[in-house]
Design a protein. Sequence first.
Length: 500
Amino acid sequence: MTKTVNHWIGGKTVEGTSGRYGPVTDPATGAVTTQVALASTEEVDAAVAAAKAAYATWGTSSLAQRTTILFRYRALLDAHRDDIAALITAEHGKVHSDALGEVARGLEIVELACGITTQLKGELSTQVSNRVDVSSIRQSIGVVAGITPFNFPAMVPMWMFPLAIACGNTFVLKPSEKDPSAASLLAELAAEAGLPDGVLNVLHGDKVAVDGLLNHPDVAAVSFVGSTPIARYIHATASANGKRVQALGGAKNHMLVLPDADLDAAADAAVSAAYGSAGERCMAISAVVAVGAIGDELVAKIRERAEKIKIGPGNDPTSEMGPLITAAHRDKVASYVTGAAAQGAEVVLDGTGHTVEGFEDGHWIGLSLLDKVSTDSDAYKDEIFGPVLCVLRVETYDDGVALMNASPFGNGTAIFTRDGGAARRFQLEVEAGMVGVNVPIPVPVGYHSFGGWKDSLFGDHHIYGNDGVHFYTRGKVVTTRWPDPADAPAGVDLGFPRNH
């Protein structure tokens, strides 16, 4: 009998009632291993109602109560790292070490949430006028929704709900229906840590669930990570309904390699950043921009390393790259490689025919490397979201920066150079939200915020860090004037001498 992943509403598992289910596939075998309940509008209403009811008490709970639970939650997550990672591997396909890394990066935000007491401190100015003080405080906003992608089924939810609930909000999480089990386990562990019923709810579903949350009058804010077209839709729809929105979209991240760079280090970085997690990450390097005469040597070094990457099931300790999430996505990724030569690229490595012995029905694709790619080719313009690396050639640093800044995306970027002055210019001149200097994937640590520019972010707030705290809270300013106690009315004795 096929296992069913059901909703988590009001602190317990709730079986789906819509009659609709989605398949969950093991990408390494191609076999459907699980079905996931797809929520109806009525089930959306039930999840939001549970969160709203819980907010009545959680929103006024003490910081001590919240952080005590979060510290216990952090310990439970740490103890269950392997269990969470195993679910990620089984449904997403990424190798176990990569899945463990995802859990570790999610834990950073739980740790940030454990220290929310300092993040929520207000400000006070005394005697701004005669006996007048002004204070600023931040308060929770209510029920918050999170809509998260398939590529990081544990990390991205953990970028959202721990901080949201630490700030006093309640949360409805709508994870990807392609790999839903990790999110359910995160919620179960939160309950085990003592999180009150209804503070964190997991609603599985598709567009019906998404639209239900975007249009629900009791949802105050929406956090989203996914592709740019959907991010744009989320932002427009939720904003039109008066909600606060942070919608992180897609990317085409460039790595600029200057002639003075350590080419071995640059090649190592390019391979890990382009092909790690099978390229299914919004911070993957998908375009290397080689400056000057180094292009041939750099491409040769990348090819040499890429050819050694072992592809196999994610639960095989010797595998360095796993399969793609679905067969349809695999075929789409392959189409960019097969069409590249016709659009002027030199196909240095073609991974489209790759299979793994004993797992022939898995969603396999090998590593592809495209050289001398033009900026008007599909492989360059589109976010492929697979193990395909494009190399572009330019003559100068200025040409490279101009090429990069012409991209509609502005998520992450990197420069490889030994020159500090060149790196300093780059970090100021490049139009992207996250910059790496000899660091290929500059995902910030938890106490700094993650977010891009241009078509990579819709909304005013980045995710987690200080921006995350500000997104999940509202500011309030209180101006206070108290009369001097010496002016107390007759008959009221406060022990002060009278002024008159």
